[in-house]
Design a protein around this ligand. Structure first.
Ligand SMILES: [Zn+2]
Length: 111
């Protein structure tokens, strides 16, 4: 386990500019407080697969900074990379701000 200031520095330096649309959607839903069952339902996806996708996304952020999976770190990461020049968390932030994290009811999501 790293010291907090070390994690903070790594979080700032850890860019993920190639998140897919689905990963951005999961990131947005997760940091907005949604859990896997509800996310799966709103995205018309399998719950088990959604849990796997969420775990993988948390690994993308947490493992490189030496932390265990957790949503708080995702939110912390998003805060630093929402306006990142590499557009890391830009799509997720935009989905939250424009209320497009989830597709309109009865419209299956793509990506
Ligand atoms: Zn970034």
């Amino acid at each position: 386990m790293l010291e907090p200031h070390e994690t903070w520095k790594l979080i700032q330096e850890h860019h993920l500019p190639t998140l897919s649309e689905l990963e951005s959607r999961l990131l947005a839903a997760s940091v907005a407080g949604w859990r896997a069952p509800a996310i799966a339902r709103r995205l018309f996806r399998d719950e088990r697969q959604t849990r796997k996708d969420l775990a993988r996304l948390e690994d993308l952020v947490c493992v490189p900074v030496g932390a265990e999976r957790n949503v708080a770190l995702l939110a912390w990461w998003l805060g630093y990379h929402r306006d990142c020049s590499r557009r890391c968390a830009a799509a997720a932030q935009e989905m939250i701000e424009t209320d497009t994290v989830f597709p309109p009811e009865n419209t299956p999501a793509t990506g």
